[in-house]
Design a protein around this ligand. Structure first.
Ligand code: ZN
Ligand code: ZN
Length: 180
């Protein structure tokens, strides 16, 4: 995967304690969320970074924020959401990072912040997204978006017990057309 964000360490690599502050923009890659729904970022996102040379590596503290699109859980319409998140990561040279589980690794004069940023963002995305708390969803029979139109199906509040009952009646040849 192409890195999302790389930091050039040249200006602080030779002096322990040196710090660089950055304000920038970042383009986040769209991906599939929870199986089949596409999570699309409204790019670019803003990003703020403080990177400190801690002699054996680099401490990164940062924030990022922006907007993104997901499908409503009930009606599948696109919903635009916003989030802001913070992250803190220690980067150590590849040779020693493997001994510290909490640390990420880097090589050369560059930090790849892709995983740091994407993990922080993904952790803030809600598992359930609704376009509105009152969303009426889709008709389970004809698929009509019930926020936009009404349909004539008789399943307004779909109750699985009712479906079982209807099926049982149909199997018996009784039907349920209200004329019996
Ligand atoms: Zn909805
Ligand atoms: Zn319907």
């Amino acid at each position: 995967m192409k890195p999302i964000y790389l930091v050039d360490l040249t200006s602080i690599k030779d002096s322990a304690g040196a710090r660089m502050d950055l304000r920038d923009q970042v383009t986040l890659p769209n991906f599939t969320w929870e199986g089949e729904r596409l999570l699309e970022f409204d790019n670019p996102w803003w990003i703020e970074l403080e990177i400190t040379n801690v002699s054996r590596g680099y401490q990164v503290h940062g924030k990022t924020g922006g907007r993104y699109w997901l499908d409503c859980d009930r009606c599948l319409e696109r919903v635009r959401l916003a989030l802001e998140t913070e992250f803190d990561d220690l980067f150590l040279p590849e040779s020693i990072s493997s001994q510290e589980e909490e640390a990420r690794s880097f090589a050369g004069d560059e930090l790849d912040l892709s995983a740091t940023i994407m993990e922080a963002v993904v952790l803030q995305i809600p598992l359930k997204v609704l376009c509105a708390s009152t969303c009426r969803g889709l008709c389970s029979v004809c698929g009509t978006n019930l926020n936009k139109a009404a349909c004539n199906c008789k399943t307004e509040s779909f109750d699985p017990r009712l479906a079982t009952l209807l099926k049982w009646k149909q199997d018996k040849g009784g039907g349920d057309d209200g004329q019996s």
